[in-house]
Ligand binder design. Structure first.
Ligand SMILES: O=C(O)COP(=O)(O)O
Ligand SMILES: [Mg+2]
Length: 226
């Protein structure tokens, strides 16, 4: 049997611009074990991706703030505190960087994000005053509750499905994947990963983005066939 997978989305199943690599449609629907998408994106993004990939909806969104397994959703993280911090950031002259529709945040339930061209120093200063943290995933700054992590979300999912976190193989690219890497059996950072993810991973891959992820999936299939 191939092992279950917990896969980051941006930087891991995408290219550098965040566009989904179409090879995901070949390899993920035919994976013969659970595939969990674990992302910093808002809940609708991984749900839609599961829908269009034809995968069961088992997802970790908002860096662990939102978890869906077996038709049940759970939330952790203080969205109101994140909103208060964001309002204060704007009051002090900051700009989250989104247009009026703000599709990056409008469905967020446990945290908020700012564009990478936002004033990082001011964002960190304000977040600190609200006992929140700021993480830089390489795709956005997340204003989040400390302790809300993808790895905790995976542990919660494992309480409802018949697997242990240690059964999983993880692939990821950034600081928000380190907690996943800490609880799974085997972890891989793609070559484009940040230093935190590289340090946390068991293995740093030679290839970047989906090329790196596919190299892991191919070798897992070879191990299974051997
Ligand atoms: O939302 C982000 O900032 C990054 O998303 P990811 O966790 O899927 O890489
Ligand atoms: Mg990522």
């Amino acid at each position: 049997m191939v092992p279950p997978l917990v896969l980051d989305i941006d930087g891991t199943l995408t290219d550098a611009q965040g566009r989904l690599d179409p090879r995901a449609f070949e390899v993920l629907p035919t994976w013969d074990a659970p595939v969990i998408l674990a992302t910093g994106k808002a809940f609708p993004y991984p749900v839609s991706l599961c829908h269009y990939l034809g995968l069961p909806q088992t997802v970790i969104a908002e860096n662990g703030g939102v978890v869906l397994a077996d038709g049940e959703v759970t939330f952790t993280g203080d969205r109101e505190a994140a909103q208060a911090a964001a309002d204060e950031f704007v009051a002090r002259g900051g700009d989250l960087g989104w247009d009026a529709a703000d599709t990056a945040n409008r469905w967020r339930e446990t945290e908020l994000i700012a564009r990478l061209d936002a004033d990082e120093a001011l964002l960190r200063e304000v977040a600190d005053e609200f006992d929140l943290e700021v993480i830089d995933t390489g795709f956005a700054y997340h204003i989040k509750t400390p302790g809300v992590e993808k790895g905790v979300g995976l542990e919660r999912i494992c309480e409802t499905i018949d697997y242990d976190p240690a059964d999983f193989v993880a692939v990821g690219d950034s600081v928000n994947d380190a907690s996943t890497f800490a609880v799974v059996g085997r972890s891989f950072a793609v070559a484009n990963a940040d230093d935190v993810a590289k340090d946390a991973a068991d293995t740093v891959l030679e290839q970047s983005y989906m090329d790196g992820t596919l190299s892991v999936l191919e070798s897992l299939r070879e191990e299974d066939a051997a």
